[in-house]
Design a protein around this ligand. Structure first.
Ligand code: 5GP
Ligand code: MN
Length: 346
């Protein structure tokens, strides 16, 4: 039994909208939807993480093995994260350059249309649309949903689909799903880590996945520049609410100066949360004209997912994000003001 609390945004029902767990398909329904499609496009959320990438690539391999023509799209014009370049056949097409009309468009690891970036246009264009996801959801933008907010990663749902298909899981499929589950559970340590994560991982190891090798590639592969970035960010730590909250910031120029990309910041919020006594860790990233990206991490009972949702973003109880169209200083005060006003936090 999963001990994870549902982190559905509290206001879903108040808005008269349905939650993702309602009306989800069965695995056999998912396979039946995939079956007739000849051409399939897949994409995850913008600034894809290990789960979005691993889920999309594993699903690509499954659909290709079923004889379909599959394209994995990136909803952004910047390249995919270099961190995951070790994954086999790490190939993507930018959605802005994809003009086809696939029979089926599958969204993985995203619960809102706006998180799809330039791939959003596929929702209207594709013959059929299916979302496979583990985020809480209030809006419906696709025809079909296969979702479960207690799944530790979207890749656990993909793994279920692979196993329910008539095909044998391959080492590559297992590798993609393992990387996805390992990163979304923070190396099997975050509160979303449950029995199913370990069972799936065991099955993947049985197929030939090497946990030590993969862990080394993802977590022990930092450049000196990334270490310098971490030093800079730690140097700027600020504490609030009796040290229950820690926050820090990053300027666009910091990345340019260190020769880094925004993907290189992926592991920073988790580092901040590891400080003794901290309940909520926040990274503010000034993106210049595009506003300020806010990455939130929580431990304990407070749901940063609900908090982010109320401000137009989303995510899970323990990890969430949002964008504010405000200058950095105002973004920081807006977040702290909203936290102090939140009865769930205080
Ligand atoms: P991260 O801080 O690593 O970007 O995201 C943490 C979690 O929150 C991920 O599950 C991610 O998909 C979700 N998330 C981050 N930013 C947003 C956002 O702006 N909107 C929504 N709906 N989810 C977000
Ligand atoms: Mn995920």
């Amino acid at each position: 039994m999963s001990t994870q609390q549902s982190d559905a945004p509290a206001d879903c029902e108040a808005e008269g909208k349905t939650n993702a767990n309602n009306g989800s398909l069965s695995v056999s329904d998912v396979l039946a939807i995939m079956e007739p499609a000849q051409t399939v496009a897949i994409s995850g959320h913008v600034n894809p993480d290990g789960d979005a990438l691993g889920s999309a690539l594993a699903l690509r391999d499954l659909l290709e093995a079923m004889g379909k023509e599959v394209t994995v799209l990136l909803g952004q014009d910047s390249p995919p994260p270099a961190l995951y370049e070790f994954l086999p056949n790490y190939h993507f097409v930018q959605a802005s350059e994809y003009d086809e009309t696939p029979d089926l468009y599958i969204v993985v690891d995203a619960s809102t249309a706006k998180r799809l970036g330039t791939a959003e246009k596929l929702i209207e264009r594709a013959g059929d649309t299916l979302v496979i996801d583990h985020h809480a959801r209030c809006e419906s933008f696709a025809q079909h949903y296969y979702s479960n907010t207690t799944a530790p990663a979207t890749a656990t749902l993909i793994w279920e689909i692979i196993k329910a298909s008539a095909l044998e899981p391959t080492l590559n499929m297992a590798t993609y799903c393992y990387v996805a589950i390992m990163t979304d559970t923070g190396r099997f340590a975050f509160r979303n880590t449950d029995r199913s994560a370990f069972i799936d991982a065991t099955e993947m190891v049985d197929i030939g996945v090497n946990p030590a090798e993969i862990s080394k590639l993802v977590y022990e592969n930092k450049t000196v520049q990334i270490m310098r970035l971490e030093a800079l960010i730690i140097d700027r730590l600020q504490f609030a609410f009796d040290n229950r909250v820690v926050y820090t910031y990053l300027l666009l120029d910091d990345l340019t100066m260190l020769g880094l990309k925004r993907d290189d910041t992926e592991q920073i919020p988790t580092i901040l949360r590891s400080i003794k006594g901290v309940e909520v860790a926040i990274l503010f990233r000034d993106e210049g004209g595009e506003g300020v990206r806010v990455n939130l991490r929580s431990r304990g009972n407070y749901s940063v997912g609900n908090f982010a949702y109320a401000l137009g973003g989303g995510g899970h109880a323990g990890a969430a994000g949002l964008t504010l169209a405000l200058p950095l200083e105002e973004s920081i005060s807006t977040i702290l003001d909203n936290l102090v006003k939140d009865p769930d936090f205080c």
